[in-house]
Each structure stands twice: as structure tokens, then as C-alpha cells.
Ligand binder design. Structure first.
Ligand code: ADP
Ligand code: ZN
Length: 218
């Protein structure tokens, strides 16, 4: 179900709300966001697109890019405050891509935009490479009027993929790596729960060897 089917809700200042598009990398979040943005432009709405400056896919810092190469110009931002400052009062639609990289303040900013009558479309991956909730996305899911969780295809078995597999040198990356790795040599694959591999953190592995018990996850 899409709010595109609820045109009565699309009247600018009448009804603001929050839509979150989430799921694993390669699940089509950017494509879906672009589709919604394009349709808003067709409807004559004034639209602004922001994205985290940490996303440099296709070196297109000024564009929201989907993997099929479609683009719309986006403003790179490094914090939620920057979005609050740069959002124009006349914008009827505000889209925010790669929101997992933003700070917790994004929840307040998104809520206040929606309270002021703006349609806010947020996209971001919901789990980090360990399969744990990623940054502000869980809170954004909670406050959203609409949530769409998309799936990719597991590159190992062909089932629906829900997890981000981080690889370093082609091998599954251990859990202790940083959640956000900027300019690293790692790569990512979409995988299902069964094929997702996260070698344990060093400490818990040592604990297991000494005591035979797994330590609490950090
Ligand atoms: P996201 O924003 O969720 O990372 P994109 O919209 O940028 O996703 O890209 C989605 C596109 O990626 C798909 O339409 C497809 O062409 C391509 N793709 C590459 N690998 C996969 C995969 N494992 N599963 C599904 N789609 C994939
Ligand atoms: Zn699989």
C-alpha cells in the first residue's frame, strides 16, 4: 500500500506525515524514493532531497543515485540540524536518503517537518553489517505513518535478502569492525538470514575458549 493511492493526503500544508523506506542494501530503496520524488514533481509539488554526505555511491555527491543510474539532485548533509536549517518552508515534500548515517536528532527534525504539513520520505538501511538495528532508523520506523521494508535477492542462495553482508578481502568481516567505515576497502552483499555471516567479536571468542560460555554481546 502506498500513500500515492491517497491523493487527498497530498495537499501540501493539509496533512504532513512520515514515510520510511527501509531494508537491505540493493533492495531498491533509492529507486523507490526516486519514484516517489518523481511523482511528486509530476504533481507539481515543491520537493527537496537530502542525503548523508557519507554516501558517495557513483561519486555523485550531489545526486540521489539508484543502481540503475537514474538521478535527481540532492543536497549532501552531515547532520540533522543541517536538514532543519536547509529545509525551505515552502517545500511540500522533503526526501532524506541514507538516513542510517544521521544522528538521533533526525527524529525530531522529521517530526517537526511533518507537524508543519510536509510529506517526509526517509530512506535508510535498518540493520548494520552485524544484523543489529542501525542508528536512528528504528526510531524513525516507530514514528512513521507508513513503513515499507524492501528485500533484495540473496547473492548466495537466491532467497529474499534482508541482511547486509560486509566483506573484507572477499571474506565475512568480523563483528568488532566499526559500524560506519568511511573510505574502507570493504564491500557489501545482500544476503538472507541463513547465509549472513558475522564472525564473533574477538573478546567473546576468547571468553568462549576460556570458559566454554559465550559472553554477553557488547
Ligand atoms: P538501495 O537504495 O536499497 O541500496 P538501489 O535502489 O540503489 O537499492 O538499487 C536497487 C537495484 O540494485 C535493483 O533494481 C537491481 O538492479 C540492483 N541489484 C544489485 N544486486 C542486487 C541484489 N542482490 N538483489 C536485488 N537487486 C540487486
Ligand atoms: Zn541466502
Amino acid at each position: 500500500m502506498s500513500l500515492d493511492h491517497a491523493p487527498h493526503l497530498h495537499r501540501g500544508q493539509r496533512g504532513g506525515w512520515v514515510e520510511v523506506i527501509t531494508g537491505v542494501m540493493f533492495s531498491g530503496k533509492s529507486e523507490e524514493m526516486l519514484r516517489r520524488v518523481r511523482r511528486s514533481l509530476i504533481a507539481g509539488r515543491s520537493v527537496q532531497v537530502f542525503k548523508s554526505h557519507l554516501d558517495d555511491r557513483y561519486a555523485g555527491l550531489l545526486h540521489v543515485s539508484s543502481h540503475d543510474g537514474r538521478k535527481i539532485e540532492a543536497l549532501p548533509v552531515s547532520s540533522s540540524v543541517e536538514i532543519a536549517e536547509k529545509a525551505r518552508s515552502e517545500s511540500q515534500v522533503v526526501a532524506i536518503d541514507e538516513a542510517q548515517f544521521l544522528d538521533a536528532g533526525i527524529v525530531r527534525v522529521v517530526n517537526s517537518l511533518a507537524d508543519g504539513g510536509t510529506r517526509v520520505i526517509v530512506s535508510g538501511t535498518d540493520m548494520d553489517f552485524r544484523g543489529e538495528p542501525f542508528g536512528p532508523i528504528p526510531a524513525l520506523l516507530a514514528i512513521a505513518e507508513q513503513v515499507d521494508k524492501l528485500h533484495a535477492i540473496c547473492v548466495v542462495c537466491g532467497e529474499l535478502a534482508t541482511r547486509n553482508q560486509r566483506l573484507i578481502g572477499g571474506r565475512p568481516a568480523p563483528a568488532e569492525g566499526p559500524t560506519i567505515q568511511v573510505g574502507g576497502t570493504e564491500s557489501y552483499e545482500a544476503r538472507c538470514r541463513r547465509c549472513h555471516e558475522v564472525p564473533p567479536r574477538d573478546r567473546s571468542q576468547t571468553e568462549l575458549e576460556i570458559t566454554g560460555h559465550e559472553s554477553e554481546p557488547a
